[in-house]
Design a protein around this ligand. Structure first.
Ligand SMILES: [Cu+2]
Length: 154
């Protein structure tokens, strides 16, 4: 499954290749709601920590970084200001973990569509990523495919 749709803005090809984004998708909005969450894997191929500062999209006026945590058996979401990606590290945004939370999503996100997110990294690196919108069934299928893919490496 090819899941990299990145387009570089205002960065050279060299620097661009140091950030890899894979397995990105956003969930279809549930009818009657206007929130969604987006997931992806971000790999830092450089020798320095790269920080994800913010994410913008025409699909949502407010996108936050959230982390799910367990407190006394209760799932909670904590808002993070930024996400650090250490040298050679791969940060996974995934259900029940780190994720992007999209608020006031309009129009509703429907499966088979795509939205564009612009990831703003430290040192003025901007990467635009096309994310497919997945239904719950498509999400499960994609997760199975990516866990198979990763078993290869281990
Ligand atoms: Cu959240």
């Amino acid at each position: 499954m090819v899941s990299f749709y990145g387009v570089a803005n205002s960065i050279s090809g060299d620097k661009y290749s140091k950030i890899l984004i894979e397995n990105a998708y956003v969930r279809a909005t549930i009818p009657g709601t206007s929130i969604s969450s987006a997931y992806m894997e971000i790999e830092n191929k450089s020798g320095e920590t790269i920080t994800l500062m913010s994410v913008n999209s025409s699909a949502s006026p407010r996108i936050e970084f959230h982390q799910h945590t367990m407190h006394n058996g209760m799932m909670r979401m904590r808002k993070l200001n930024t996400i650090d990606i250490k040298p050679k590290e791969r940060v996974k945004l995934q259900p029940s973990g780190l994720h992007l939370m999209l608020f006031d999503v309009t129009p509703p996100l429907k499966a088979q569509e795509h939205i564009e997110l612009t990831l703003n990294f430290s040192n003025k690196k901007y990467i635009a990523v096309q994310l497919p919108v997945y239904s719950p069934v498509q999400e499960k299928t994609a997760q199975k495919a990516s866990s198979k893919m990763h078993k290869h490496h281990h």
